[in-house]
Design a protein around this ligand. Structure first.
Ligand code: HPA
Ligand code: ZN
Length: 348
């Protein structure tokens, strides 16, 4: 019998959004570096920061556009030096995610930010993977790594990064494309992504965050990605919107990121309701929660409050997150069943 979402009292919606099992598919591990941890790691590694204290650093988190954020994000990542640093960072995120009922996290990491500072690929991957294994054992949360290429760097540097990561090919499930979007269209990385697909890696790319709908088309046609990260500009192109829905290409949407980076300065104007209305497989994620003021449940609760979405959309977003995940089908089905039980409990 087909399952229909039970009616849920409006005042119970925020608690349901927090309680429902979900997959987080757009999360940069370097973007979970909280100011407190920046100061703690700086002290541990003997690094002097250009801010006198945590409050001063937090005050700098006011962004007019993506690049303003990226400048601080790369600077913050400079405190990560040892395998233990990467472990502690990812372990802190996974504990927090598990507490927010994230049952699956597909985590981006930016190796070029670290290798450029003399930190080895091995240090980064071993630290992150050990945290994933620890969290799975301790908390039952499933997780996987996705290596991102920095699009402001060259194709050659992306190839070198891929080469450096191949000894750990079994430690990450896919590749992505992030950093400064405008002026760096997907086509720049056509050959790198072709090679990654040949290697059997999953492929995703940031597109249509600040960039035009054509960058989303380029990511689909040229990079042949399986998911689009952000993609919120697709609403400006009706044919593209229809295509995303028809081909069931998931979008990993990050409402608080879009608000803080002035993509949608007013959350009430966010395109998430229009994407769902068009039948797009949209999901809700936190992107860089330490910088954008909220982890995944805050993203759900704030965008729902601002745009008036309800229980039916909550269900759709939870189900979409499992459909869009790269986890084994049996796991995805189990999480979907758990989500259904959660909704029934909230209806009672
Ligand atoms: N966009 C592009 N690059 C990024 C982001 C983002 O939202 N977060 C971390 N790197
Ligand atoms: Zn991102």
């Amino acid at each position: 019998m087909p399952w229909t979402v039970p009616p849920i009292a409006a005042e119970r919606l925020p608690a349901l959004l927090a309680a429902m099992p979900k997959a987080e598919l757009h999360l940069h591990i370097e973007g979970t570096l909280e100011p407190e941890m920046i100061f703690a790691l700086a002290a541990r590694n003997g690094i002097t920061l250009p801010y006198p204290d945590i409050a001063a650093l937090r005050r700098a988190y006011a962004f007019g556009k993506l690049q303003d954020f990226l400048d601080l994000y790369y600077q913050g990542a400079g405190v990560l030096r040892t395998e233990q640093d990467f472990h502690d960072l990812a372990h802190a995120y996974l504990r927090r995610a598990a507490a927010e009922n994230v049952v699956r996290a597909e985590i981006f990491f930016d190796p070029q930010t670290h290798t450029a500072r003399g930190v080895s690929m091995e240090t980064v991957i071993r630290g992150l993977r050990r945290a994933c294994a620890d969290a799975e054992r301790e908390l039952g949360i499933s997780s996987a790594l996705i290596l991102c290429f920095l699009r402001h760097l060259s194709e050659r540097e992306a190839f070198e990064t891929l080469e450096a990561a191949l000894p750990w090919r079994d430690q990450f499930i896919g590749v992505g494309l992030d950093s400064s979007e405008l002026g760096h269209p997907p086509e720049k990385f056509a050959r790198v992504f072709a090679r990654c697909r040949q290697l059997g890696l999953h492929v995703v790319a940031h597109a249509g965050e600040e960039g035009p709908p054509d960058y989303i088309r380029g990511a689909l046609d040229v990079l042949q990605v399986e998911r689009i990260d952000h993609g919120v500009q697709a609403v400006h192109d009706a044919a593209l919107l229809q295509r995303l829905a028809r081909e069931r290409i998931p979008l990993t949407v990050c409402p608080l990121s879009n608000q803080k980076l002035q993509v949608f300065p007013d959350l009430a104007q966010h395109s998430l309701p229009r994407l769902l209305e068009a039948g797009v497989v949209a999901t809700v994620n936190s992107d860089d929660p330490a910088y954008f003021g909220g982890y995944v449940n805050a993203n759900f609760q704030q965008v729902f409050a601002a745009t008036g979405l309800g229980a039916a959309q909550a269900w759709q977003l939870a189900a979409n997150s499992f459909e869009a995940s790269f986890a084994p089908p049996a796991d995805r089905q189990r999480w979907l069943d758990q989500a259904r039980a959660c909704f029934e409990q909230y209806a009672a």
